[in-house]
Design a protein around this ligand. Sequence first.
Ligand code: CA
Length: 234
Amino acid sequence: MAERPSILIVEDETKIVDALRAYLINAGFEVRAAYDGEAGLASFNEARPDLVVLDLMLPKLGGERLCTEIRRVSRVPVVMLTAKGTEDDKVSGFALGADDYVTKPFSPRELVARIESILRRASATGPALYNVMTWNGGDLEIDTAARTVKKRGGEISLTPNEFKILACLASRPNRAFSREELISAALGDDFDGFERTVDSHVKNLRSKIEDDTARPLYVLTVRGLGYRFGGGGG
Ligand code: CA
């Protein structure tokens, strides 16, 4: 991982959050915290963390529900943090898709070591952690596993090249891609076409996903270079 991995802590006990945050920052992570399940889900969708530390007993939306929601759209590692320590609790936590399970009281140092080990494994196994990405409260949804795109819930039909360009841009919001990069990253080196071909794919793509192609929200032009994905989180 080139950038500092980001960790989302969802936990309603501020003392635990503060202690864990200090250890994680010290270990070189970027840290965000949410103090109830609903805020945790919103923060997860917006920040797209590399790993989630999730308390089970949370106000508003329980940790089990939140874990299920996270698993619906991604395989981002989840470490469950909880006072429930019976074998049954652990088994059901793993059944929900948790990657690890830590029982309170716990050692922050040990938790940091576990997080590091999980992230090493996750980065070794490759591609996108998120298979479903949504923007603007569901206005646009891209599912890279099913290879579908939805606009306000309705599936729209993209050509394979349009899909690849969109998925490539959306995988790194705000990063500017040159046309050449888009060709090699999205379309492949054996792509038979010119840089201008990218422009015509983008034109068609915009007509399908943008409300106003003159003022695009998602596929933005980077003058003199290429394109970037805008649109923000949520
Ligand atoms: Ca709690």
